[in-house]
Design a protein around this ligand. Structure first.
Ligand code: FES
Length: 154
């Protein structure tokens, strides 16, 4: 997808910018927006580059740094925290051999914290792309990661 394609699809008004940037970012191999991308969004929308840049830096769904193919976002809000999300994070870091904020050596997963994912009744929870996972245990976590590793070439 090109920047222009994302804007054609979502619209060029300021309120459509996040959706267009997210769609474009998700189509890139390393899940992030380069400085050139930001300049192009500014040029195509007529918005100041500084404004586009601040949108890209502010929203946690957008990134200006290269990330893995799959973004693993672990909820760290109170309901998940009291339901052992800390151990979930430790387990993820151990299984993926990467710390929170890092990308695995094979470039497949990036670990990030997230605010509430809207499924507190299934705490602890995490999200990979658009898929939500709740009531997580070590076993479930292992199965989920295995499934993503299996479909990495799809
Ligand atoms: S607090 Fe974790 S999903 Fe709401």
């Amino acid at each position: 997808m090109q920047v222009k394609d994302a804007l054609d699809k979502y619209g060029r008004s300021p309120d459509k910018l996040i959706g267009a940037m997210l769609a474009y970012q998700n189509s890139t191999p390393c899940n992030y927006l380069t400085e050139d991308d930001i300049r192009e969004f500014a040029k195509e929308t007529g918005l100041p580059e500084s404004r586009v840049h601040s949108v890209a830096s502010f929203y946690s769904l957008l990134s200006t740094k290269p990330r893995g193919k799959y973004i693993v976002q672990v909820c760290y809000d109170v309901p998940c925290y009291v339901n052992d999300s800390l151990n979930l994070v430790k387990e993820l870091e151990r299984m993926l051999k990467a710390k929170m904020g890092e990308t695995t050596e094979d470039g497949l997963f990036t670990l990030e914290y997230s605010s509430c994912l809207g499924c507190c009744d299934k705490a602890p929870a995490m999200q990979i792309g658009e898929n939500l996972y709740g009531s997580l245990t070590k076993e479930k976590l292992s199965d989920i990661l295995t499934e993503y590793r299996r479909k990495r070439h799809e």
